[in-house]
Design a protein around this ligand. Structure first.
Ligand code: GLY
Ligand code: MN
Ligand code: MN
Length: 532
């Protein structure tokens, strides 16, 4: 009994939360090191860049969400433990006892914490396994080595205005954030949008101030939080160049830069290396097999959750560590909700089911959507809409070639959908509508909406092509179209020659889907006991 009470009290003072320190079969330490070097080469002299890993998110009471590292931090390190921070210097610095061009702070080894939540690498593990040379316990942040504000011209970080809420497991992170803000003179009270506006004012000469006033006016509409910013309002209401110069001179000085690092990471992460493409392709392949198996297993009477479960079960059979983003399984009218994640329709019959899901494989996520008729057969209206989305997607995929402007894919796919909707009599020529309310493409990588630019496509870019048509009940068209929602989404690799569809295994035409849905599934004869 006594043992039980001790165990129970330990349970009460420990929180659930698991972290896998690194992936044995993921990106190599040498790969991460090369990415750090690529960043260093883009940094101005006498500067430092800092990456904080994500905080632990609390679910409720003493239970935390399963930990997921920040993707920029992971990209640079391969390390997945919380309460860790990476610092990169623009050049090697002499700290007396040692010289370093980068430092990483990590959690200490702690047998009790490791008994509950899993093994930590600690200082030695991070040196040996991840290949870092200068590794310190996070208690040492700010002390070893001593970092001084006057020693740097600039401090690059992401926008840190969200702070750290939630779990008590974040104490060390909270402390390091606060110390860093003191060190860099981080403008805590100023919103990121205001900082961006200040940067614009600071870098503009008086002759261009009319242009800047226009841009600031637009920014105020987009970011309501700068509405009350006195400095920006003073600048906008200034009537003479002298008044504008005065406002410009009153912009608070800070060495903390919260924009440049994000822009550089967009550049670094946009083009995927071979090592990354291999991992991404595997995430996508697993997700496509999930779609195939569900097409075989789906039948009327199934629930949205059951369909979600089959996808995710298959991914786990392959060893996928996670979902890449919350799975979307929307039947009938639920398919019209673009990021529907409740997935709680109990019994689906005679409807289309839109399934947008992506497995995560060693940090990289797929993003694949298929839309199927639960009955096994598309009706006339469903097929007409589906074929139109397919035609649009085919044209979009064909455009995924080096040199093509990202925006061109959106323009062409949208034009095909608009023309098709007119032909079907759903809209009138030139009529504005909301049946395709999202963009066609985004980058894919460690994040489902990955970092990257939106200019000309380059070899090594991986992007989605995902046109859709969604016609909610009550729309201004013949009710026979109501509640039809179709999205088809594939993950495309841009190469030196033709586009490569990484998700091509999952059937896309109505004929191929109907054919596959006739095939038996291993789940057909799996019956579970009835319960009330
Ligand atoms: N799964 C989210 C998206 O397609 O963008
Ligand atoms: Mn997508
Ligand atoms: Mn998607």
């Amino acid at each position: 009994m006594k043992k039980f009470i001790i165990a129970l009290s330990l349970l009460l003072i420990s929180s659930f939360g698991f972290a896998q320190s690194y992936f044995e079969d993921g990106l190599s330490p040498e790969w991460h090191e090369a990415r750090r070097q690529a960043l260093r080469e883009r940094m101005a002299p006498n500067t430092m860049a800092i990456f904080f890993n994500n905080s632990v998110k609390n679910r409720t009471n003493d239970v935390d969400y399963v930990y997921h590292p920040d993707t920029d931090f992971f990209y640079m390190t391969g390390f997945r433990e919380p309460n860790s921070v990476l610092i990169i210097f623009s050049e090697e610095r002499d700290f007396g006892d040692f010289k370093a061009d980068e430092i990483i702070y990590v959690q200490n080894r702690d047998p009790r914490a490791e008994m509950w939540n899993g093994k930590r690498l600690g200082v030695e593990g991070v040196k040996e396994i991840l290949g870092f040379e200068h590794v310190f316990i996070n208690d040492e942040f700010g002390k070893t080595p001593e970092l001084k504000t006057e020693d740097f011209d600039k401090f690059f970080s992401m926008d840190l205005s969200n702070g750290v809420a939630g779990s008590r497991s974040n104490l060390a992170l909270r402390r390091m954030l606060s110390q860093y803000k003191d060190l860099s003179g981080y403008p805590e009270e100023i919103s990121p949008a205001s900082l961006q506006a200040y940067e614009l004012i600071r870098s503009t000469d008086i002759e261009n101030s009319a242009n800047v006033a226009q841009i600031l006016g637009r920014m105020k509409q987009r970011f309501p939080d700068i509405e009350e910013d006195e400095l920006i309002n003073d600048y906008l209401s200034a009537t003479t160049p002298e008044e504008r110069i005065k406002v410009k001179e009153s912009i608070p000085e800070t060495k903390a830069d919260v924009q440049t690092l994000s822009q550089v990471m967009d550049v670094l992460r946009e083009v995927k290396t071979e090592e990354e493409i291999e991992l991404l392709a595997k995430a996508v392949k697993i997700s496509a097999i999930g779609q195939i198996e569900v097409m075989k297993a789906a039948k009327e009477g199934m629930s949205e959750r059951e369909i979600q479960g089959i996808h995710e079960f298959i991914w786990k059979r392959y060893g996928s560590e996670e979902i890449g983003y919350p799975s979307i399984v929307g039947a009938g009218h639920n398919g019209c909700i673009l990021h529907y994640v409740e997935n709680d329709m109990p019994s689906i019959d005679n409807r289309l089911v839109l399934m947008d899901l992506g497995a995560e494989w060693r940090g990289y996520t797929a993003d694949v959507t298929r839309t199927i008729p639960i009955s096994g057969k598309f009706n006339e209206e469903e097929k007409a809409i589906y074929d139109l989305v397919f035609k649009s997607q085919e044209a979009g995929i064909a455009l995924c070639k080096a040199g093509v402007e990202f925006g061109e894919i959106g323009r062409v796919t949208r034009q095909i959908i608009n023309e098709g909707l007119v032909e079907l009599g759903i809209i009138k020529p030139g009529e504005r509508h909301n049946y395709f309310p999202h963009g066609t493409s985004h980058h894919l990588g460690l994040d489902v909406h990955d970092r990257g630019g939106y200019g000309a496509l380059k070899p090594g870019v991986v992007l989605t092509v995902e046109p859709g048509i969604y016609i909610p009940e009550g729309s201004d068209c013949d009710p026979k179209w109501w509640n039809i929602a179709v999205r088809i989404e594939d993950d495309i690799l841009v190469t030196d020659s033709e586009p490569v569809n990484l998700s091509a295994d999952a059937p896309r035409t109505t004929e191929a889907i109907e054919e596959l849905m006739k095939q038996p599934s291993v789940l057909d004869n799996w019956t579970l006991p009835e319960i009330n």
